[in-house]
Design a protein around this ligand. Sequence first.
Ligand code: PLP
Length: 386
Amino acid sequence: MKRKATQAIRTQTERSKFGEHASPIYMTSSYVFENAEHMRAMFAGEEDGNVYSRYSNPTVDEFIDKICLLENAEAGWATASGMAAVFTTFAALLDAGDEVLSSRSVFGSTHKLFTQIFPKWNIHTNYVSVNDFDEWEEAITPNTKILYLETPSNPALDIVDLEKAGELAKKHDLIYVVDNCFTTPIIQNPIDFGADLVIHSATKYIDGQGRGLGGAMAGKQELIDEIEAFARHSGPCLSPFNAWMLSKSLETLELRMERHSSSALEIAKRLQEHPSAEWVKYPFLETHPGYETAQKQMTMGGGIVTFGIKGGLDAGRNFLDALEMLSLTANLGDSRTIATHPASTTHSKLSEEERQKVGITQGLIRLSIGLEDVEDIWEDIEQALG
Ligand SMILES: *Cc1c(COP(=O)(O)O)cnc(C)c1O
């Protein structure tokens, strides 16, 4: 089997009679049948092939094939956004009365699904603290069906031990699902540590250039079959155009993750020396409480750095206002470096206590380190801190 970087580049839909080198975009809603018998057989599921692009599409399949190869997964499915992947996974696999056991540090919209949407269908979530596995085990009930986590988490950058969570899931026969958005399959493969399913927001690093949305799930064939049966009729499918863009982006993912990670480590080290930073968090800094675990399960530190600015809320806002090059925007994983201040924006509706619980202090700044020259990134941060 070829190595990751090669697979991401050399996996391709079957070449057409035109001999194209790059993959074409199959912008088609449906597919023609040879005759009435072929049409009957396709509808009956007796023959493999494409019927309608809500079910499958060659360009989307190319993207899914690459994700499966990169994640060491048996099967996959692609969606219009990361949240469509998260929602579809839970909606397909859970029944009324089922429960989710989830690490407390999860993406904001996932938190909304758990606390406001799924309870409408009598699906409830028990939150547990990062890495307190005794607490996790105590929170498991006979109705718990899925164990869910993100690592590193957004924005607290907490590291959850994938192997230990996997052992717990196995012991209690839970479906083990990991949101692998922050690391991408280049840095971390949760399936190697026991995960049954991996979810991606392809909007972030996989696109990597802030152009469009997409999502994917990959893992055990039997679970993907259930997801597919649900998704074919509920319609969260990825558009062929976005699939083409995302598949092309995968060709440069390894190269980009290396650069994101090396620049992020450099910025984290320099921030540690800076008098305006109260603390700095980055998975590959030895001062990170999850450093040992990160070394075990990640090949690089990734592109996200957080730090606490001295002076809290006001200092955080002033820092953002003083930036000249870094972007203030609601994305991450872009080629352009982005700064955000969760306490005054994405997490402003939470109470101070709720924010503390998920590790968001008043002065927390999240940096998504881009692909610009690291010296230019640092110059802007340094002048804004000044
Ligand atoms: C952005 C994000 C999502 C949601 O993805 P969208 O493509 O924006 O729908 C899910 N999980 C994590 C960790 C994210 O950062």
